[in-house]
Design a protein around this ligand. Structure first.
Ligand code: TXA
Ligand code: MG
Length: 318
């Protein structure tokens, strides 16, 4: 029997009983548990095979819940939350002592966001506790953007995927921390830098592990298909080098018109929003085709193109 269900009351009951439920958000599906249940939080880490040094994001129903969770909100964090919540922005702020160390990997900060998905907002409103939720994929693999992606990963491990359809944005939230009250981007994501800078001015990006010990989850290899994957500017040229192999390509707008390859076009209209929303599903799909190699096209470093390149770079890192 499928574990995919639209029953919010069932999700409430399972979460209240310290069980895990995969929840829809506008970015990717999350593997959610009660932040105050040690049992639930430990099973998030063990189900994902995630190392304990990598902290979790806390999901709250609205900005009014923030005061219970953090002790200080910088002015620019207030501006960002007002502009983008509910939405694909995670803020890393000084944690209150109510937040268990297990959630934050012992750090004195906590990552928090208000997700923008009607089903999960309704769920969060009904629960008397916030939800910790990392992306609902095994550690290092492609994040899920459809209920079936989660079911394929975890049907033997969890009892329910709360069905909220396909994720509208399709990659993880943008993560922003603060150093001396100034915002720093720790992870590029579904909210483009340009939108953030329109609200708070120029922001620094520190999304490599070497640059930022404060962003422990920024691993060089991540979001990776099982199939060996390359990221290139000239896809047609790269395809020529692999004749005789089963090749899959992931391109932005235009077809290579080559019947010997498996091709996915991310957006025929050239929309970065559509390409982002389809990226992980396309990677999941190519990964099931038994290919020798996947060749992905590098995007222009503009808007969501930067976030897409970031994910493809990590997917192809060896
Ligand atoms: O879009 C999203 O953010 C999704 C949905 C489900 O909300 N969640 C998600 O969670 O992507 P996860 O666990 O896959 O990624 C969380 C990232 C990790 O890289 C982690 O290291 C970072 O957030 N993080 C969490 N707490 C942090 C903290 N206190 N300081 C710095 N980075 C933190
Ligand atoms: Mg993740």
């Amino acid at each position: 029997m499928s574990i995919i269900s639209k029953d919010i009351q069932k999700a409430v009951a399972l979460l209240t009983d310290a069980q895990l439920v995969a929840i829809p958000t506008e970015t990717v599906y999350g593997l959610a548990g009660n932040i105050f249940s040690e049992k639930a939080i430990k099973s998030i880490f063990s189900t994902k095979k995630r190392p304990f040094f990598n902290p979790l994001i806390v999901h709250i129903p609205s900005i009014t819940s923030l005061n219970d969770i953090v002790t200080h909100v910088p002015e620019k964090a207030k501006l960002l939350a007002a502009a983008f919540w509910p939405g694909s922005l995670t803020l890393v702020l000084k944690k209150s002592n109510k937040i268990p160390d297990l959630i934050t990997a012992g750090k004195d900060t906590v990552a928090v966001r208000v997700p923008n998905h009607p089903v999960t907002l309704e769920l969060l409103k009904q629960l008397p506790f916030p939800l910790a939720a990392p992306s609902a994929n095994p550690f290092g693999s492609i994040s899920p953007t459809k209920p079936t992606h989660v079911e394929n990963y975890f049907k033997n491990d969890i009892q329910m995927v709360l069905d909220g359809g396909s994720c509208a944005n399709g990659i993880e939230s943008t993560i922003i921390g603060f150093e001396n009250e100034e915002p720093i981007i720790y992870r590029l994501g579904a909210l483009p830098i340009e939108d953030i800078e329109a609200v708070v001015g120029k922001v620094l990006v520190k999304n490599k592990k070497e640059e930022s010990p404060d962003a422990p989850g920024m691993l060089a290899r991540h979001y990776a298909p099982q199939t060996s994957t390359l990221l290139v500017t000239n896809v047609a040229g790269e395809v020529k080098k692999h004749s005789g192999k089963k090749v899959g390509v992931l391109v932005f707008t235009s077809s290579l018109n080559d019947e010997n390859i498996t091709e996915i076009i991310l957006s025929k209209e050239g929309s970065l929003q559509e390409a982002t929303a389809r990226l992980y599903d396309a990677m999941h799909e190519l990964d099931t085709k038994n290919l020798d190699i996947i060749i992905a096209e590098r995007f222009s470093e503009f808007g969501l193109g930067k976030s897409i390149n970031d994910r493809l770079q990590r997917a192809t890192f060896k």
